[in-house]
Design a protein around this ligand. Structure first.
Ligand code: PMP
Length: 389
């Protein structure tokens, strides 16, 4: 990859230079007063970004998979029942983690590109003694945006804890944790949160913290145990030093900078910008006659596009786009892997990134022999961007 290449995969994404500069700052002691201030502020900011004033935030060194495991390890005990609303690869992963931690897993599955019906999920939840329900906000393998608000509210009505995997959504897709009553929103740093990979982030509702406190058996992971992390998060937020495991000091600096930028933009403005960029991409795909993997517009994510290759074009197209200076991702869903490509459009993404990417896709498809009017997709995206101003 050249430094001038545009990184348009669904994470890691392009990062703001001020965030990257925070990574090269002198590393302070993890108990130095200036670091405690930064960590404490980042925790408060995470609560604001997740629109979760009542939640307990956790910031732990690790990737998104650790965030998933933190939620599961702390909320599930041997033999408890969990319902996985499955929209693809990362929902499969959640089911695996739940099983590893002793849960009895039931899955609401659907064809790739679809999402399970909310009323059907609520029927499953009713009277079946589920401890929790999990849902992937945006499944990165299919580009499906699950009907998260309705699902979370359904779980709430049935007295079931809701765990939302926001790794490919948080700070890009609308999410109102407290207002909707979601119990755990878990995410990672490298997507719409805007920080290089390495942080697992969670905001946990008072109800979920109470469920953790009411456990009959100890958490079966040492590193993932809230009992170890809660005093640390409380100490840093309270301005006091504490130690369990050395925090990734520079990543926390970067997180604080990025969350500050996100809040300055404003959550609503940020959600709207992500929607606008997604709509411009959709206009481009339509103009090129390309079909998206989600079966309807309402199920299509605003943080990435998953798009089928046209007839006669194969996965070599991703390499051709890279030759054009734009890095895209291939497919991920095991059933369809070779039939589609993915474009991430998160974090600092703006109109110029959209136009550069669409232009590269047009040239890559032309090089692969696909016939389309040159510039028609760029024009369609531009029209959409101008209309959205
Ligand atoms: N959940 C979703 C929705 C994801 O997109 C990803 C990563 N692409 C993960 C979980 C796992 O995160 P990580 O790769 O950071 O462990």
């Amino acid at each position: 990859m050249s430094e001038r290449d545009l990184l348009m995969i669904p994470g890691p994404v392009e990062f703001d230079p001020e965030v990257l500069r925070a990574l090269s700052m002198k590393t302070a002691s993890h108990v130095a007063p200036e670091f405690i201030t930064v960590f404490g502020r980042a925790l408060k900011r995470l609560r604001e970004v997740c629109l979760a004033p009542s939640a307990q935030p956790f910031v732990v060194a690790g990737s998104g998979t650790l965030a998933m495991e933190l939620a599961v390890a702390n909320l599930v005990e041997q033999g408890e029942r969990a319902l996985v609303v499955n929209t693809g690869y990362f929902s499969d992963r959640m089911a695996t983690i739940l099983e590893r931690h002793g849960a009895e897993v039931v899955q609401a599955k659907c064809a790739p590109g679809e999402a399970p019906d909310v009323a059907e999920v609520e029927r499953l939840l009713a009277g079946s003694r589920f401890k929790l329900m999990t849902v992937t906000h945006v499944d990165t393998s299919t580009g499906v945006l699950a009907p998260v608000e309705a699902l979370v509210r359904a779980a709430g009505r049935q007295g079931v804890l809701s765990v939302v995997d926001g790794v490919c959504a948080t700070a890009g897709e609308a999410f109102h944790q407290d207002a909707w009553g979601a119990d755990v929103y878990l995410t990672a740093s490298q997507k719409a949160i805007g920080v290089p990979p390495g942080l697992a982030l969670l905001t946990v509702s008072p109800r979920a913290m109470a469920a953790w406190r009411a456990r009959k058996t100890p958490v079966r992971s040492f590193y993932a145990d809230f009992a170890e992390w809660l005093p640390i998060m409380e100490a840093y937020e309270g301005g006091k030093p504490a130690y369990f495991a050395t925090p990734p000091v520079n990543l926390v600096y970067a997180l604080d900078v990025s969350l500050g930028q996100i809040l300055r933009e404003g959550m609503e403005a940020r959600f709207v910008r992500h929607r606008r960029m997604a709509h411009a991409f959709r206009a481009a795909w339509r103009a090129m006659g390309l079909k998206m993997l989600p079966v309807s517009e309402s199920l299509a994510a605003h943080t990435l596009s998953a798009v089928y290759y046209p007839e006669g074009v194969d996965a070599g197209m991703v390499g051709r786009a890279r030759e054009q200076g734009v890095v895209l991702a291939g497919g991920l869903h095991p059933q369809l892997k070779t039939r589609y490509f993915r474009v991430g459009h998160m974090n600092v993404v703006g109109p110029s990134d959209v136009l550069a990417t669409v232009g590269a896709v047009e040239r890559a498809l032309a090089a692969a022999g696909h016939r389309a009017e040159p510039g028609s997709a760029v024009a369609a995206a531009q029209v959409e961007l101008l209309a959205a101003r």
